[in-house]
Design a protein around this ligand. Structure first.
Ligand code: OAD
Length: 247
């Protein structure tokens, strides 16, 4: 049976020792960052899920950099919203809290989340395709735009965003942390994700099979809705703020 009662879920969160939250692009939507799928998902005429691939980068790195430079500029102009802030508050209230995000925009850390696993990487790190050095790059002076073929400061090789693309494996250590957190938690909140991308989507069912209460917060139904204990149908900002209200 699926419950829809915010007050009951809030009480479960208040009583829980171990809580996880898994977030996706929908959590940043209210900040003005477009999601990958659904309305407004197109970048120019391109489907972003076809640009965020290793194949696209090999074929046309300049196009892929144009997309990421655009995302970097966009994210620099926005701020964390109520959803990010509520999750940061929840972290401060729960004894053991882990946030796992598929978002690469850095808005969770910007909102104050400290234990945040950015499982798909970060827009604000680059990685050299030649020497594999990874470094932070916010390029403040150029509004985040690194140009069509940014070069490694150390070896001159072509840089790429340090994000995980389709067809690429996740960082095994980070993934192990995600699995451990989800198998140990009492409650898992799954907010603003279409649950379309594996293996991250499998974390919800993993948590449920280990006895966690799983709750979906989304404006729409997802393929995982039917496995949920709680479904809060609405915007992440409003729902998460109701689950973790300000003092
Ligand atoms: P998607 O774009 O696939 O899904 C966004 C989800 O957010 C959808 O289920 C929407 O219904 C929901 N949504 C939209 N606005 C919302 C709001 N205000 N409140 C609550 N929910 C809202 O994004 P992800 O699931 O994050 O990977 O996509 C997963 C991965 O696919 C991304 O990390 C990215 C992408 O390709 C890579 O780049 C590797």
């Amino acid at each position: 049976m699926i419950h829809h009662d915010i007050a009951t879920l809030r009480r479960l969160l208040d009583e829980a020792d171990h809580v996880c939250a898994l977030t996706g692009a929908g959590v940043s939507a209210e900040s003005g960052v477009p999601t990958f799928r659904g309305d407004g998902g197109l970048w120019r005429d391109h489907d972003p899920t076809r640009i965020a691939t290793i194949g696209a980068f090999r074929r046309d790195p300049a196009l892929v950099w144009e997309f990421y430079n655009w995302r970097r500029a966009l994210v620099r102009s926005v701020a964390p919203n109520r959803a990010h802030l509520a999750l940061a508050r929840l972290e401060r209230r729960v004894p053991d809290f882990t946030l796992i995000t598929q978002n690469v925009d850095g808005l969770h850390p910007a909102a104050g989340s400290e234990r945040c696993i950015e499982i798909h990487g970060s827009l604000w790190r680059v990685r050299c395709t030649a020497c594999r050095a990874v470094y932070e790059d916010r390029a403040e002076e150029s509004a985040g735009d690194l140009g069509p073929a940014p070069a490694c400061a150390r070896c001159g090789g072509l840089l790429r965003p340090d994000v995980v693309w389709f067809g690429e494996p996740l960082d095994p250590l980070l993934w192990t942390e995600c699995v451990e957190a989800c198998t140990a938690c009492d409650v898992l909140l799954v907010a603003g994700t279409s649950a379309a991308v594996q293996p991250v989507a499998s974390l919800a069912l993993e948590a449920k099979s280990r006895g966690a209460v799983v709750a979906e917060i989304n404006v729409e139904q997802t393929p995982q809705t039917r496995y949920m204990d709680f479904v809060l149908r609405g915007r992440a900002g409003e729902m998460l703020a109701a689950l973790a209200p300000e003092d």
